[in-house]
Design a protein around this ligand. Structure first.
Ligand SMILES: Cc1cc2nc3c(=O)[nH]c(=O)nc-3n(C[C@H](O)[C@H](O)[C@H](O)COP(=O)(O)O)c2cc1C
Length: 193
């Protein structure tokens, strides 16, 4: 169980690892918040327990990409109803569309997922309901060569976590713990729910 703060921090890491790798996991699609008080669901693609960094994929033309830019506070909220655990995470977000990590993320994506980056940028106003995709790719998976123009529109959002808030719902009384990053380590404390 969660008798110590170390148990809790290990639980946060374990949940984030699972959330990034298991699409059926409730925490696979957390809410991501930007400093303009806007929120959106994003797929969690990776969690690095060494650096406590999350990776998301997004469109470099999206409003949140320019808002976050090279360093901006980002919040991440995830809730697993079955496991009765809420995670509220805060960190420093950075969006990048070039570099080896972005190339690797692009290469690891399916052509179907990469197809999204061939269309109009997110938020483009359209005369009616529209995917924004070029007509030839509506319902069609592009091949590698056809995807080349989409690559500049692809970006990763890295969030280096600085604060963790773990909340466990229990009949016997809810339990909550908080952690703040200090150097390479974490300072933890129990808190009332
Ligand atoms: C289940 C689900 C998963 C999504 N995954 C992503 C994602 O991984 N990356 C992303 O940029 N948007 C994703 N979206 C769309 C965003 O929620 C959002 O609508 C879009 O990114 C535009 O947000 P913005 O205007 O803040 O840039 C997803 C939406 C849903 C419903």
């Amino acid at each position: 169980m969660f008798d110590t703060l170390d148990d809790v921090r290990a639980d946060v890491a374990r949940r984030l690892i699972q959330a990034a790798t298991d699409w059926k996991c409730a925490m696979h699609t957390p809410v991501v918040a930007t400093p303009d008080a806007d929120l959106r669901i994003m797929v969690l693609r990776d969690f690095d327990p060494e650096t406590w960094s999350l990776r998301f994929h997004t469109d470099s033309r999206a409003p949140k990409a320019s808002l976050i830019g090279d360093g901006s506070p980002v919040g991440v909220l995830a809730y697993d109803k079955g496991e009765k655990v809420q995670l509220r995470l805060r960190g420093l977000g950075r969006v990048a569309s070039e570099g080896p990590e972005v190339d690797a993320a692009w290469e690891s994506s399916t052509n179907f997922a990469r197809r999204c980056y061939l269309g109009e940028g997110p938020g483009t106003v359209t005369p009616g309901p529209a995917s924004g995709l070029p007509a030839e790719f509506e319902g069609v998976e592009p091949d590698d060569e056809q995807l080349i123009p989409g690559r500049p529109n692809f970006a990763i959002l890295k969030v280096e976590l600085r604060e963790l808030d773990w909340f466990y719902l229990a009949h016997t009384g809810h339990v909550r713990a908080q952690f703040v990053r200090e150097g390479e380590g974490w300072i933890g404390a129990w808190a009332t729910p």
